[in-house]
Structures are given as structure tokens and as C-alpha cells.
Design a protein around this ligand. Sequence first.
Ligand code: B1M
Length: 224
Amino acid sequence: MNQEEIINKIATCVEFGKVNKAAPYPPAMKGEDGADEYTKHALEMGVKPIDILNDALISAMDRVGEKFSQKKIFVPQMLISAKAMGAAMEHLKPFFSSGEVKRKGKFIIGTVAGDLHDIGKNLVAMIVEGAGWEVIDLGVDVKSAKFIQAINDNPGAIVGLSALLTTTMESMKNIVADIKRDCPGVKLVIGGAPVSEDFKNEIGADAYSPDPQKAVVLLNSMVA
Ligand code: B1M
């Protein structure tokens, strides 16, 4: 199998939710390798982790999102695709999070209240950690009080908020207001598919990042 073929295999596994060889779903792929085995194999072949991430995993997830919008698939299928992506990401994690020993600072990250999407947030956490930051991951559905507690426990930390739903942009706005009120001076970076530079300005956050790489650039510039 060459690089293109194995990337396509991984993408197919994520798109159709084939987690690993033992997984019985989807029935048409029963007994075949899944995202778990193909990702491990691709890395052994020397395929770059960043190519697996962009060309297989993220592009497959985009197709999953399109099919969901077109009502061709439903929440359970999105969930199983997320599980397959998670199995692949377990193999990529060591490459992204093996940062320098000396930390540049602390970064608190969470997906905002009401929002359960964590794949993008986990990627940002992994890549920021790999770029030399200590990451405190608060998980999903994080309310203002939990962010504020973490800020108080980690003076000087920069905070990242992720939102994937248009409905939870409102929650992000409220959390930003609560943090700015209770912890003045703390720097807030926002990200996630529906948010933008304009939205950042509207809610008074300090920075917007469309992807993990830009988040690293922003964080580094904040401590330079
Ligand atoms: Co949901 N979902 N989902 N979902 N889901 C979306 C987001 C959606 C766009 C699908 C669609 O309709 N096309 C849609 C939102 C529509 C909208 O609001 N405009 C949607 C919906 C509607 C829903 C539900 C409401 C469905 C329902 O129940 N009827 C429901 C909501 C649940 C809730 O949160 N309360 C729901 C549920 C789910 C699952 C649980 C089944 C599952 C999530 C599993 C999980 O995360 N563990 C899921 C999934 C998998 C998706 C899609 C298909 C994939 C999301 C993903 O992981 N993408 C998604 C469609 C899509 O995005 N194409 C969809 C890959 C990931 C790497 O990208 O998260 O964008 P992303 O992260 C990027 C950037 O945004 C950025 O960097 C990342 C890497 O490039 N980034 C940051 C993210 N956070 C950042 C923070 C930063 C900086 C950059 O700094 C702090």
C-alpha cells in the first residue's frame, strides 16, 4: 500500500466509523482493519502525522459534517466517526505533544458550556502542548465558574475557549464576560468553526484563532 492508499483507508474508516479490527460496525467492513490499525501502519510506513491529520482525519470529518447537514446520516453515525477519529489520534498524540521540557507558560482550555464537541479542542490542546506549553484541559461543557476556578488556581495562565455550535457562541460570549469581570487582565483566545475575528471583537476576547497552529503563534506572541 502506498501513502495515498493508506490515507484513503484511514479516511474511509473515519467517514464510515470503523474504529478497529474488532469493531463489528459497519457490517460491510467487519473483520477489516480500522482507523486504529491503519494509522499505526501509516506511521510505521513513515507517513507524516500532519498528513494523516489533514488529509485523512479532518477531511473525513468534513464529509461526515456535510452528510449530516444533508440528513444522509444522523447523530449516532457522527459519534462513531468521532470514535474512529479518536482511535487514530491516540497514535498521533505522542508526535504532537512531545514538547520541550521547559514550558513557555500555562494554557487553560475548554469547550464552552452546552457544547460537547471536543475533537478540535483536543487537537489544539495537543499541539499547544507540543509547542512547549503546559496545558490544563477542563474538558467539555465548561461553565464560567470552572474556568474562573482554574484561572485562580493557575495565575498568569492564558485561557482558550472552543465552540462548535452557533447556539453555544452565546455561551462563549457570557463566559468571556464573566471571566473579564472576575479576572481582569487574563488573556482569552477563542476558536471553533462558527467563531471569527468579528465575533472576537464583538464579545471582547483578546484573540481568535482558526486552527491550532495559529493558536500557538498567538500564545507565543502573548509571552514574547
Ligand atoms: Co456535531 N455538529 N452536533 N457532533 N458535529 C457539527 C459542529 C455541525 C457543523 C454538523 C453539521 O450540521 N454540518 C453542526 C453544528 C451546526 C451549527 O451550529 N452551525 C452540529 C450539530 C448540529 C450537532 C448537534 C446539535 C446534533 C444533534 O444533536 N441534533 C449535537 C450537539 C451536541 C452538543 O454539543 N450539545 C452534535 C453532536 C455531535 C457528536 C457528539 C455526535 C459529535 C462530537 C463528538 C466529539 O467531539 N467527541 C459531533 C461531530 C463529530 C460533528 C462534526 C461532524 C465534526 C466536528 C469535528 O470534530 N471536526 C461537525 C461537522 C464539522 O465540523 N465538519 C459537527 C473536526 C475538528 C478537528 O474540527 O472541531 O472545527 P473543529 O476544530 C478545528 C477548528 O475549529 C479549530 O481547530 C480545530 C482543528 O483545525 N478550533 C480551535 C477548534 N477549537 C479551537 C479553539 C482554539 C483555536 C482553534 O483556541 C482556543
